[in-house]
Design a protein around this ligand. Structure first.
Ligand SMILES: *Cc1c(COP(=O)(O)O)cnc(C)c1O
Length: 364
């Protein structure tokens, strides 16, 4: 006997990356390279704003549509406030999208491997997930059949209401070719949600596709590039009609007052964003070069993490080896993903410790 809906009873909840318990002895603190958090502090403007917050204001409900935040985002991207909805992290935006566009017994689609939250949210909605496997031998590239509306693969999408494209993709760090995505958006009848959580680390992005197509939603977040996973702010950029509908679905006060204030301060400091992003890119390049010298195979990444496979292709063994040495990375079981580990780019001193451990792993 259960009180739950059948789909909830059956499902496994999402497993977030491990957050080790904090101890006060920093020497015992594990090196955390597993959840793609930014190793650097947020903008000093965020600290200033936080210190100046009047606690009496917490008595009141926050602005329900977070207008200051939306206006700031609109200015940065050259769109209108009406083109933006904000969420309690971009995970909240993903939930709003599924609830807005996908009914029970309808479908979403996403790639495999990709961000593993999409199927979980679909299951909560009692919707199914069509997973399209990416080919490791083609460098996890965008499947060409999806750009051809006469292909069997494309035709298999006929019940799909919402298609998630993660660019850069996780956990691979790869970017899909924009021309192919463009062709797909032109022929697909449902909504294409392009999750750009890591776009600030990549060379280009899909904002132009949003301007071109009314069925395209772009998702962004402050969690990775802005060093602000703790305040929970994400947003979607889309056609005005699409945003209007999503506004009906979101919780009325989904962004708390403190987050609204801090988000504006963070967004206005584009200089801090650019500085931290370029530091991370430099550390990434160094790590990649070192691992390649150790005969690892490293997938080219335009993100703040890399997907790397040791010469013995035993991701889980390397994961455990690092763990015993107090370094936490992410391991994904599965036929292809189990050859790899995903490493978040951290501060240089921690990346150096990781490289040392990888050298020892090779000898071991
Ligand atoms: C981290 C991440 C998110 C979630 O970001 P939040 O804004 O912290 O909820 C969404 N999509 C992808 C692909 C991510 O990696």
């Amino acid at each position: 006997m259960t009180y739950f809906r059948k789909n909830i009873e059956e499902m496994q909840g999402y497993t977030p990356g491990e957050q080790p318990k904090t101890t006060h002895a920093s020497s015992l603190q594990p090196i955390k390279l597993n959840t793609n958090e930014n190793p650097y502090p947020p903008s000093p403007e965020v600290e200033k704003t936080l210190k100046s917050i009047d606690y009496e204001k917490l008595r009141l409900y926050p602005n329900p549509t977070a207008d200051k935040v939306r206006n700031t985002i609109a200015d940065i991207y050259g769109v209108k406030c009406d083109n933006i909805v904000v969420g309690n992290g971009s995970d909240d935006i993903l939930t709003v999208a599924i609830r807005s566009f996908v009914g029970e017994n309808q479908s979403i689609a996403c790639f495999e491997p990709t961000y593993s939250l999409y199927p979980v949210l679909a299951k909560i909605q009692n919707a199914t997930t069509l997973k399209i496997e990416l080919d490791e031998n083609l460098g996890f590239a965008f499947p060409m059949e999806l750009t051809d509306n006469t292909s069997d693969l494309f035709k298999s999408l006929n019940k799909v209401k919402l298609f998630f494209i993660t660019r850069p993709n996780a956990p691979t760090g790869t970017v899909f070719d924009i021309t192919s995505i463009d062709k797909f958006c032109a022929i697909f009848k449902g909504i294409v949600f392009i999750d750009e959580a890591y776009a600030d680390f990549s060379e280009d992005n899909c904002l132009e596709l949003q301007k071109k197509y009314s069925n395209v939603i772009i998702g962004r977040t402050l969690s990775k590039s802005y060093c602000l996973a703790g305040i929970r702010l994400g947003w979607a950029i889309a056609d005005k009609q699409v945003i209007n509908g999503m506004m009906k679905v979101k919780d009325s006060y989904n962004i708390n007052y403190i987050t609204q204030e801090l988000s504006v301060a963070a967004l206005l400091d584009q200089n801090h964003l650019n500085k931290t992003v370029s530091r991370i890119k430099q550390s990434k390049e160094r790590l990649v070069n070192n691992l390649i010298n150790l005969n690892f195979s490293v997938i080219p990444s335009e993100s703040n993490f890399i997907f790397a496979s040791p010469p013995d292709k035993k991701g889980s063994q390397l994961f455990e080896f690092l763990r015993e040495r107090n370094i936490i990375v992410r391991y994904f079981p599965g036929k292809i993903t189990s050859k790899y580990i995903r490493i978040t780019i951290g501060k240089d001193k921690n990346i150096d410790k990781l490289i040392e451990c990888c050298k020892n792993y090779i000898k071991f």
